[in-house]
Design a binder for this molecule. Structure first.
Ligand code: AMP
Length: 602
């Protein structure tokens, strides 16, 4: 491996690291906590000018990391002690407003006293007004509702230091341009402004010319590279299904080695660990690992000692391992350049390669861009039928025989078999079949049903215990929890049940009543959940949003016997093997960390 081919860490010469930016320490801490390994291209180019107070005009789409590109530097510049609206972000839809507010909540978690409020139409004013009165410093909202609040004097914009116009072209096509102009005029003219747009139609250019002050302009360029020897397919997934889809792909695809791309360092280890638990040896490759360890992993991959590696973009940069036959984009890449780089890790040395892209509803744009801009044809991934699987197995069997016949010295085996045939009088085809059977570990040649992911020990335990488990879960054993996913996120009750049941292996009989609201829901789950189960639940994603579960403290709790499930070996959990009494309580008291700003509909 040459120097260039070594997987590079985040300390490479390719660009700055987050630590190189003069972000507030609390923001640096948040970046480390969420596990962003390296700044995305738009972040690299936006963060320094925004930290300096410059205006910015960015041509970039969702999925490029633009939320963090403006949030990290602008949050670094706010004064948490000043209880007035200091930053206003306008977004075209309430979904985006909620999403941006959520991201900011995460980034601002370590800044005490910072209040972030999402305001949008289609919902009551009372809670929004209350939050404004409490001194929200950051408002993320749709233009119409923001304008309403300002006109009714619930919101003052005279101390706004920074303004963000997110997805400006979308706001234009939704007819918001005049509202935006009006809002801009209510803010101080020396404010800092960042405008992001996927395209730059004339009215947006005009708006920028009028309201931005010598902005730094950034366009995330697209490299048009083609990859003719790589078969590109996409698979529509819902976020919580990804890991199961990946297991199925591992089961079904015939591959030399598979490189799976995830966005964060944490995700690489989580995915690798989950795959291990399901029985697939997999290793993570990320910039947190020392260079020596990374090299070792790459070496094991090259030698075929490990066949599945889960990597971040940075750690896989320049990776040149020709046994990689498959690349799976488990998390969609930031941009097309990163997509071409990722899929280029297969099909090395003129071989053929396979690239599979997981796309959630929100990421369909990325798929369109790949097809349109890269002129790559992406077919939908189809799981094969049983007949196709068996046909493939037969083909593989023939290939292995061919290889064994041509590339080995079989003299001794030939003589031994000759002797056996003469002495036993058996038929030579019968003997060959018996040998193939032994070689296959005494397994049949064909599947009689579709292969599924092997059951990890934890799942087996759950099923075993679950079968024996005839306990009745009554309401006194449950309590209400709040999860930060609601109707506006496109979630339905079955999504919540599915995600909880699949991701942490909780038997659905332990899942009680569910009440869904716009941006959150309440769900009855067992009391006294072990801490690790509670933590695991926080991380579960539904429709692109983390549950962030917390005990619902917003209303009286039913009293009942506690700890009924304690130590009863399993209780329907895959992880943790049952309910233990633990302090499964969240610090965040029934709302968003940092202040419960979104509970409006209670
Ligand atoms: P956005 O384009 O802002 O919608 O971001 C898309 C996704 O990328 C979000 O899930 C972010 O959390 C994630 N993301 C943003 N920046 C980074 C980064 N530097 N490293 C890894 N993931 C990131």
């Amino acid at each position: 491996m040459t120097e260039e081919e070594l997987p590079q860490g985040e300390h490479d010469s390719e660009g700055p690291r987050f630590e190189d930016f003069d972000l507030a320490p609390a923001i640096q801490k948040a970046v480390a906590r969420v596990g962003y390994e390296t700044p995305s291209p738009i972040q690299r180019r936006s963060i320094p000018p925004l930290l300096e107070g410059c205006d910015l005009l960015g041509v970039a789409q969702t999925g490029t990391g633009k939320t963090a590109a403006f949030s990290l530097p602008l949050l670094s510049r706010l004064d948490p002690d000043l209880k007035v609206v200091q930053m206003l972000c306008l977004a075209p839809t309430r979904e985006l407003a909620i999403q941006v507010a959520e991201a900011m909540e995460t980034f601002a978690e370590d800044i005490p006293g910072l209040r972030i409020l999402a305001v949008y139409g289609g919902t009551g004013y009372t809670e929004q007004i209350r939050e404004l009165k409490r001194g929200a410093q950051i408002v993320v909202g749709t233009p119409g509702r923001v304008m309403d609040h300002v006109k009714k004097k619930y919101m003052k914009l005279d101390q706004v230091k920074a303004m963000v116009l997110d997805e400006a072209d979308e706001m234009l096509s939704m007819g918001f341009i005049e509202d935006i102009e009006w809002i801009l005029e209510q803010t101080p003219s020396d404010r800092q402004t960042a405008l992001f747009s996927a395209t730059m139609p004339k009215p947006i250019r005009k708006l920028a010319d009028k309201h931005l002050n010598e902005p730094v302009e950034i366009t995330i360029e697209v490299k048009r590279e083609n990859a003719p020897n790589i078969r590109q397919r996409f698979l529509k997934v819902r976020p919580h299904e990804k890991i199961d889809m990946l297991s199925r792909i591992l089961e079904i695809e015939t591959f030399g080695a598979m490189l799976i791309f995830a966005r964060t360092k944490n995700a690489t280890t989580d995915i690798a660990e989950t795959l291990m638990a399901k029985g697939y040896p997999a290793e993570a490759l990320n910039g947190d690992m020392p260079q020596k360890l990374r090299e070792k992993t790459v070496d094991r991959l090259r030698k075929g000692h490990v066949k599945v590696v889960v990597a971040t973009d940075v750690a896989a940069r320049g990776l040149d391992v020709d046994v990689i036959t498959h690349v799976v984009n488990y998390d969609a890449p930031f941009d097309l350049e990163s997509y071409t780089h990722r899929i280029g890790r297969t099909g090395r040395a003129g071989r053929e390669g396979d690239a599979i892209l997981f796309v959630t509803n929100k990421e369909m744009r990325m798929l369109n861009a790949i097809e349109r801009t890269l002129k790559s044809k992406c077919d939908e991934y189809k799981f094969p039928t049983l007949e196709e699987m068996n046909e493939r197995k037969l083909g593989e069997f023939f290939t292995r025989m061919e290889e064994a016949l041509t590339s080995n010295d079989l003299t001794d085996y030939r003589q031994a078999i000759q002797k056996f045939l003469e002495e036993s009088g058996k038929d030579s085809i019968d003997v060959a079949a018996a040998l193939a059977y032994l070689d296959a570990g005494k397994k049949p040649l064909f599947y009689d049903e579709m292969p599924t992911a092997p059951k990890g020990p934890k799942r087996e335990r759950r099923e075993r215990d679950g079968d024996r488990d005839d306990r009745y879960v009554n309401n006194n054993d449950l309590q209400s929890y709040r999860v930060e996913v609601g109707e506006y996120h496109g979630a339905e009750k079955r999504d919540l049940v599915g995600a909880i049941a699949n991701e942490i292996g909780m038997d659905s009989k332990f899942i009680g009543k569910i009440r869904m609201f716009k941006d959150h829901s309440f769900i009855d789950l067992p009391k006294d959940m072990p801490k690790e189960v509670h933590e695991a639940l926080k991380q579960v994603w539904v429709q692109g949003h983390q549950l962030n579960i917390s005990v619902d403290r917003g209303r009286p709790r039913q009293e009942g016997r506690g700890g009924k499930f304690r130590g009863k070996g399993g209780g329907g959990f895959r992880k943790g093997g049952g309910f233990r009494k633990g302090d499964g309580r969240s610090k965040s008291g029934g709302g968003f960390k940092g202040g419960g700003k979104f509970h409006k509909e209670r």
